[in-house]
Design a protein around this ligand. Structure first.
Ligand SMILES: [Ca+2]
Ligand SMILES: [Ca+2]
Ligand SMILES: [Ca+2]
Ligand SMILES: [Ca+2]
Length: 269
């Protein structure tokens, strides 16, 4: 890790990453053909791995979750606060479950949020301060830094179905093709039913074709993973950031930089 990056990360740690600046000078731009700077793997072992059942049939991504396969999946609570106070039940409740097939990981997430808002018209502007579902994935469960590379992805699914993460140039951009989104909303409840295409760390958004970076999933594969929700209810900055994984230390908002804090999926039959 070069010295300037280390200073940037140290400052981010000191200031609790609250500014989450995406205009920071990029001092490390990995080549798409070189291995990412994964750092020293320090995998989150605080949660037991989630075993994920294979879908009998591709779910229809309509936000209903009615397919039989979903009954074989287990709900997982989103109750680990990473930013803000512990919310009341009226303020936020969330849970999700997963399935997989060769093509995708499927996520059914139920979110109850008292005030559902999107105040930034530009989807790339402070997207984490609007209500959004955030899906973190580290295809090879390497752990390590992924802020400006694709060692892992942190997809923000906005209310208008855009998918945003930071690119290798340090700027936020759309990754809409990575996530197929179905959604239903009923008052203060949103159900997301999404299919996640899995890409390895060689993905490079400036390449014309990244299909060779798509990973065909198979039984026995281990993947770094966590799901969280950015809850804002009319404040300037989001009020809560809350997910399914316990992260040690005072600064728990590390997932957008470091994949080592993710949990683990094991793909089963
Ligand atoms: Ca469905
Ligand atoms: Ca709320
Ligand atoms: Ca990785
Ligand atoms: Ca909200």
């Amino acid at each position: 890790m070069n010295r300037i990056l280390l200073i940037v990360l140290s400052l981010a740690t000191i200031f609790g990453c609250k500014s989450r600046s995406t205009t920071t000078t990029v001092t490390e731009t990995p080549s798409p053909t070189t291995a990412p700077s994964a750092g020293i793997p320090n995998i989150n072992e605080t949660f037991l791995p989630q075993s994920i059942a294979k879908a009998d049939k591709k779910p229809t991504l309509d936000g209903k979750g009615l397919e039989k396969s979903w009954s074989r999946a287990t709900w997982r609570n989103m109750d680990q606060v990473m930013v803000g106070e512990v919310p009341s039940k009226e303020d936020f409740q969330g849970r999700y479950k997963l399935l997989w097939d060769e093509d995708m990981i499927y996520i059914l997430a139920e979110i109850k949020d008292d005030i559902i808002i999107d105040t930034h018209a530009d989807g790339l502007d402070r997207y984490w301060d609007d209500d959004c579902l955030e899906i973190f994935i580290d295809e090879d469960r390497s752990g390590g830094i992924h802020q400006y590379n694709h060692n892992a992805f942190a997809y923000h699914l906005s209310l208008d179905d855009k998918v945003v993460d930071i690119g290798v140039d340090g700027k936020p951009q759309y990754f809409n093709k990575h996530v197929k989104i179905g959604k239903q909303r009923n008052k203060n409840m949103i159900v997301w039913e999404v299919g996640l295409r899995v890409y390895n760390d060689q993905y490079y958004e400036k390449s014309k074709d990244n299909e060779h970076c798509r990973v065909k999933l198979e039984k026995g594969k281990q993947i770094g993973f966590m799901v969280a929700y950015c809850d804002n209810d009319t404040s300037v900055e989001r009020e809560h950031f809350i997910g399914d994984i316990f992260i040690e230390g005072d600064d728990k908002d590390k997932g957008w930089i470091d994949a080592s804090v993710f949990g683990q999926l094991n793909l089963k039959e």
